[in-house]
Write a protein that binds this ligand. Sequence first.
Ligand code: G1P
Length: 275
Amino acid sequence: MSHTKIRKCLFPAAGYGTRFLPATKAIPKEMLPVLTKPLLQYGVEEAISAGLDTMAIVTGRGKRAIEDHFDISYELEHQIKGTSKEHYLTEIRAVITKCTFSYTRQVEMKGLGHAILSGQTLIGDEPFAVILADDLCDNDEGPTVLNQMVKLYEKHRCSIVAIEEVPIEETHKYGVIKAHEIEKNLFEIEDMVEKPDPKDAPSNLAIIGRYILTPDIFEILEQTLPGKNGEIQITDALRTQAQKGKVLGFKFAGRRFDCGSVDGFVEATNYFYAK
Ligand code: G1P
């Protein structure tokens, strides 16, 4: 059955978090907190804000803390119930009651495209969202980034990637699009390339970690050969999808912090602390 409404959000969360060693030796990088809340919980809350209620998490070895986080801790509930500290649990309790969580493991690390393909078993044949939790997004002035994208999907019914202008010397960190603007902040993608050298970059419009994908992406991913760094890239699969049909790039309203880097992480921490 094909659902038109987006219900599910996929979270690739199998990476090693090498840039945060030694912190990530025994703790999944998605569990690192900005203030008191783990990165992944920010992502799940953003998905809930967009009306999604089914969280599909692609994990790997050493990531069991994620499952424990999105579950009741009876011992903690028992200890804290009726005390002045109970309010510390309010936010995570709300998350747990508003959605369900399912998990699968990416057995081999073969890239973001491969991680998304590993999640097919949890998604099935319907359009879905993808959040990369280390891109932490916030919009002070209105709906969250994923909420903006889900609304756009309802109008356009095709895959959509979030984009942001970056300094040209940073294109080697991102998927970069070649596109033309069809309405304010909305671009139709002609081509895209994973982590190009600045001299080869088709623009300075970089993809950031929010996607809406139509389910035909799975078939395309199965056919996609390893690309940049020998990994199966979602950017390459989306390029094929754009050439066969339509893929949009959306310059969202809000801010994004690259919490996959120490600098971005500190910036996010300061931003949320000031808030
Ligand atoms: C991934 C994608 C890249 C995208 C980026 C956004 O790269 O492969 O296209 O621009 O996420 O954060 P990663 O940061 O996982 O290397």
